[in-house]
Design a protein around this ligand. Structure first.
Ligand SMILES: Cc1cc2nc3c(=O)[nH]c(=O)nc-3n(C[C@H](O)[C@H](O)[C@H](O)COP(=O)(O)O)c2cc1C
Length: 176
């Protein structure tokens, strides 16, 4: 075994898929790329995510307490990286990246029609926001695009490296 710098641990555990986090604040929609998220509970689905307080999205999430997690397929990968390398402070990302916004049913943040799944979420816990920028979200409505089948998601390994969803296998267990 060889020692691995602690700064590289996230590259091993970061699960992906890389998602887009859409918010809306004061009538303005924004979107950022996010890969630091994890499931917390099955139903209602709870998701924990880390949104840096350097990001423009942070205040919208903290104040409005709503967002959409949109899951892009491989075809959107280069756009997803570019969305994660600029800020809503400086650009209107929906326009700049030609993202098609759809009205959600329960939250003000837009769905992203280009993505194969969209999850409308509300923030249900902010205890760890001041310490870790960690929000716990509840998914309150989920949408799937039936037109996008057999999609491949992308998973971040850090430093611009991604792994594309591979071969699916089924192993029966008690997990749903
Ligand atoms: C692949 C990738 C994954 C990212 N994951 C996260 C993340 O999990 N949390 C986070 O705060 N920023 C993450 N970022 C960085 C934000 O997307 C980036 O800072 C973005 O510019 C913020 O946009 P905003 O200022 O409009 O909110 C990621 C960027 C990339 C390219």
């Amino acid at each position: 075994m060889k020692s691995l710098p602690l700064s590289r641990v996230y590259q091993l555990l970061e699960p992906g898929p890389v998602v887009l986090l859409a918010t809306a604040s004061k009538g303005r929609a924004n979107v950022m790329t996010m890969s630091w998220h994890m499931m917390v509970d099955f139903e209602p689905p709870l998701v924990a995510c880390v949104v840096s307080d350097n990001n423009y999205s942070f205040a919208a999430l903290k104040v409005v307490k709503q967002c959409v997690i949109a899951i892009p397929a491989l075809e959107l990968a280069s756009k997803v990286v570019r969305i994660g390398n600029c800020s809503g402070r400086d650009v209107q990302k929906f326009q700049k990246f030609g993202l098609r916004a759809l009205r959600g049913s329960l939250v003000a943040a837009p769905l992203i029609a280009d993505c194969f799944a969209n999850l409308e979420c509300k923030v249900i816990d902010t205890h760890l926001v001041s310490r870790f920028n960690l929000f716990v979200l509840e998914v309150i409505k989920a949408w799937i695009d039936p037109g996008q089948r057999a999609v491949k998601t992308i998973h971040h390994h850090g430093h611009g490296r991604f792994v594309v969803d591979g071969r699916a296998i089924t192993l029966r267990s008690r997990m749903p």
